[in-house]
Design a protein around this ligand. Structure first.
Ligand code: 13P
Length: 256
């Protein structure tokens, strides 16, 4: 069982999505390791595709940068062709696993109940889930952002109790992902406040104050400083800009 994640750490995680082979991923991790030789400015995690976890993990081993996966199956083993379980990820040295990414909610039909099962499975298997939530453009334009965030957070955290403190949330507005249209720091702040207030209500015990909330969606080394200046933003989940070592490193440095 991994130790509780420290109270609201600054965390920058790179979600490589379906990019980089095992060899290319190891090379990218080596570039980052070279850049971070003098120490990390914040907690950092790399989330390569399943096929690169072992090679990237080998580069990161013994260092401070964490390894994370992008998905897991809720069951720990069994007849689930093509799936990967939490114990398999933990055995590769993963500390984190992303659950509920919008590309899985909207592209692979994952509903709130599935995301909740995956978050619980991650905790059961000693992993820290990075729970992604966020509204679509249509939902934002229909003034449904708060409703969607409350529903998505509630589904995962209801009944989670003290385990909630071993999770991280990522607010990823769907309209900002891969579009170059980053949320303004004010938009991120408002959404993070909704998420924090919901965590307080559903978990109790001021959980919202203890759980880190990352922002994700078109984060670059150009806009990271302004986003991180917002007190509500505890870090970032970075897609495209995490595929290039220097730009990802500048984002990490901005989170110091
Ligand atoms: P981009 O940074 O490419 O917009 O992707 C964000 C994301 O989906 C991270 O999980």
């Amino acid at each position: 069982m991994s130790a509780p994640w420290p109270r609201r750490p600054r965390l920058v995680a790179g979600n490589w999505k379906m990019n980089r082979t095992a060899a290319d991923g190891a090379a990218l991790a080596r570039e980052l390791t070279a850049l971070s030789a003098a120490g990390l400015p914040c907690a950092v995690a790399l989330c390569p595709p399943f096929t690169a976890l072992e090679s990237v993990g080998a580069v990161l081993r013994g260092g401070a940068t964490h390894l994370g996966a992008q998905n897991l199956h809720p069951e720990s083993k069994g007849a689930f062709t093509g799936e990967v379980s939490g114990p398999m990820l933990a055995a590769l040295g993963c500390r984190f696993v992303i659950v509920g990414h919008s590309e899985r909610r909207h592209g692979m039909g994952e509903d709130d109940a599935t995301v909740a099962r995956k978050a619980r499975a991650a905790l059961r298997d000693g992993l820290t889930p990075i729970v992604c939530v966020g509204e679509t453009l249509a939902e934002r334009e229909a003034d449904k952002t708060t409703e969607v965030l409350v529903r998505q957070v509630w589904a995962v955290y209801e009944g989670l109790g003290a385990d909630s403190r071993r999770t991280v949330v990522a607010y990823e507005p769907v309209w900002a992902i891969g579009t170059g249209r980053v949320a303004t720091p004010d938009q991120a702040r408002d959404a993070h406040r909704v998420i924090r207030a919901t965590l307080d209500r559903v978990v109790g015990d001021h959980a919202g104050e203890a759980i880190a909330i990352l922002y994700g969606g078109s984060v670059t080394d150009k806009n990271a400083v302004a986003l991180f200046a917002e007190n509500e933003v505890d870090g970032a989940l970075v897609g495209g800009a995490s595929l290039e070592a220097a730009s990802f490193w500048r984002i990490c440095a901005a989170a110091r």
